[in-house]
Design a protein around this ligand. Structure first.
Ligand code: FPP
Length: 268
């Protein structure tokens, strides 16, 4: 089971346009999908769920749309706080706060304070979030120390009051295959899953299927696959010394490359 799942909720606008409806309706349907998915995540036993609700780049959209999204977020927080409290869900907003409307800020502070004791699920909503900005903030806090462990601790806690586990599984809906400045330090080893379906069509069933896909993946963190670990020692046995013709490993590799790409030695 992944400890930390993050989702880029893309496709609200296209979902609405395909139905001949305004984009605002897509975002409304997206908010309903958020409610279903959060409930599903809690039931499935996911520890932390990060939902990307508004990236810093989203400020480039028309004012009417950004204002609508801000209002939708505020309504969500006001409406869902009692439900989160009851269900043991801790809610926190990650991202910049200095550009948010005052009423939204108040709703965020209220939701975070009220749900602080929740132990069933840690729900993070990323709002006005930029991975680059987060790393820059951590670098500024780090000052001139240049100390990697200090920087790492700051990068992990720049939006949270305690270090979070790394993101294990990152899901993006809406058919695009990019990260859109939404992930920084915590996503270095995330498994990526890009889904063609639009966010309003996502829910607990799709989340369960994503977790099944995650369980089929082998995570190696740069090490060898499990099956290769036992034989690897023999294949590259330094004790036995290089076999004939392989005294220089990089020359052997280069020769292999030439064969595999179909190239021949250059004629001079
Ligand atoms: C991307 O779809 C989605 C967003 C920028 C906003 C996400 C917001 C919600 C899911 C609803 C509100 C959130 C909460 C937490 C209540 P898009 O508009 O870029 O879709 P498109 O790519 O099809 O145009």
């Amino acid at each position: 089971m992944p400890l930390h799942v993050a989702i880029i909720m893309d496709g609200n606008g296209r979902w609405a346009e395909r139905r001949g409806r305004p984009r605002s309706e897509g975002h409304l349907a997206g908010a309903r999908a958020v409610r279903r998915t959060v409930e599903g995540a809690r039931e499935l036993g996911i520890g932390t769920l990060t939902l990307h609700a508004f990236s810093s780049d989203n400020w480039k959209r028309p004012h009417q749309e950004t204002a609508w999204l801000m209002q939708l977020l505020e309504d969500y927080l006001v409406r869902e706080t009692p439900r989160c409290l009851e269900a043991g869900i801790r809610l926190r907003v990650a991202g910049r706060r200095d550009r948010l409307p005052r009423t939204l800020l108040a709703a965020i502070e209220c939701a975070e304070a009220a749900t602080r004791g929740g132990k069933e699920l840690y729900l993070r909503l990323a709002v006005d979030y930029s991975a680059r900005h987060s790393l820059w903030q951590a670098a500024r806090l780090c000052g001139g120390t240049g100390d990697l462990p200090v920087f790492e601790a700051l990068a992990r806690t720049v939006h949270d009051d305690a270090p979070l586990p790394d993101v294990d599984l990152l899901i993006r809906c809406g058919g695009e295959q990019r990260l859109s400045d939404l992930f920084g330090w915590e996503c270095a080893h995330a498994e990526l899953l890009f889904l063609p379906l639009m966010w309003p069509d996502f829910g607990p069933r799709e989340l369960r299927a994503a977790l099944e896909e995650f369980q089929r993946r082998e995570r190696r963190y740069g090490a060898l696959p499990v099956a290769a670990r036992d034989t690897a020692g023999a294949a590259v046995s330094l004790a036995a010394g290089p076999s004939r013709g392989q005294e220089n490993p990089s020359a052997a590799l280069a020769a292999q490359d030439i064969v595999s790409t179909g190239l021949r030695e250059p004629r001079i």
